[in-house]
Design a protein around this ligand. Structure first.
Ligand code: GDP
Length: 300
């Protein structure tokens, strides 16, 4: 397997639910299917996706397709991969866009600011001229965090301080990025305002203002989702998607206490590309989402 994934996801609810399952239930029978069903539900795969998986296995077991429990496990692996394969689409930076505008959204605490830092490092390592926009003007710490990161790494950060109009920051930043010939502009946004409607309205305004300068911007609306929030992630995505049209996902904190199954539920329900997975706190722990590495890390 790919280095890191299995080691990082070993403690996840998904991996723990499945470890030992097949040694406890080596027989190919309904009990084994019940155990798998419970494990999938417990791992946050969700009721609909779980039913779909179990029905497929039950049908194939009845058709005597599996010689033993190992063959059934291989079929489950194949089914899980098939759910993720359509969404495992890496982010492509269109270098014709001048700049490629990446708007990051997501509720507070999901890891949005650290993800921006990790992404910025990745783009910098790829020698892409880069600029950041400190658009979370609701939270002074977010502006300071982004500015500090930019100072440390020699990346320009456009900021107007706390309580500035976020759309105005985004507009300024895009203008500056165009003037400098920047290749990628990463714009941060608030994860919380006084009201949820207020937040959605602000995100919509940022998008419209960017489009005044470039009708094709933002080129990616990247939503950061905390993998430990379970099925709640689905309602978050539903809401942000309705407000700004999410084009890509980052699922963070899949190491540690995350159950991991929510990735399958997200893939099945929305079909939105999963660009990156956060499997740790170091910059190199933000991985391009690899469906095979992910599934192999979860199963025994
Ligand atoms: P924001 O409020 O969304 O901007 O969240 P932050 O970027 O400040 O991150 C919140 C916490 O999550 C920080 O302690 C990060 O180090 C941590 N974090 C972010 N991504 C990951 C990840 O993939 N794995 C782990 N274990 N922690 C993460």
């Amino acid at each position: 397997g790919k280095p890191g994934w299995r080691e990082r996801l070993r403690g996840s609810g998904f991996a723990r639910s499945f470890s030992g399952l097949f040694s406890r239930h080596p027989r190919l029978d309904d009990d084994l299917l019940d155990e798998i069903e419970t494990a999938l539900i417990t791992a946050d795969v969700g009721v609909t996706a779980t039913s779909q998986l179990i029905e497929d296995l039950r049908r194939r077991m009845k058709a005597r397709e599996f010689a033993d429990a190992n063959a059934l496990l291989a079929a489950l692996r194949g089914d899980l991969l098939a759910m993720l394969a359509p969404v495992a689409q890496p982010l492509q930076i269109d270098t014709q866009a001048k700049p490629f505008v990446l708007l990051t959204v997501g509720v507070n605490g999901v890891g949005k600011t650290t993800t921006i830092g990790k992404l910025a490092k990745r783009f910098k390592d790829e020698n892409r001229p880069l600029m950041l926009a400190a658009g979370d003007t609701f939270r002074a710490a977010a502006v300071a965090q982004l500015q500090a990161w930019g100072d440390r790494n020699g990346v320009p950060v456009v900021a107007q301080g706390q309580n500035a109009d976020a759309a105005s920051v985004a507009f300024d930043a895009l203008q500056a990025a165009k003037a400098r010939g920047t290749q990628v502009l990463i714009a941060d946004t608030a994860g919380r305002l006084h009201t949820q409607q207020g937040l959605m309205a602000e995100l919509g305004k940022i998008k419209r203002v960017l489009q005044k300068l470039d009708a094709s911007a933002p080129h990616e609306v990247l939503m950061v989702i905390d993998g430990t929030t379970g099925q709640n992630a689905l309602s978050q995505l539903r809401q942000f998607h309705a407000a700004v049209g999410v084009t890509g996902l980052v699922v963070t904190k899949l190491d540690g206490t995350a159950k991991g199954g929510v990735v399958f539920a997200l893939a099945r329900e929305f079909g939105i590309p999963i660009r990156y997975a956060g499997i740790g706190e170091r910059p190199e722990d933000l991985r391009v989402f690899d469906a095979e590495a992910f599934v192999d890390a979860l199963l025994p």
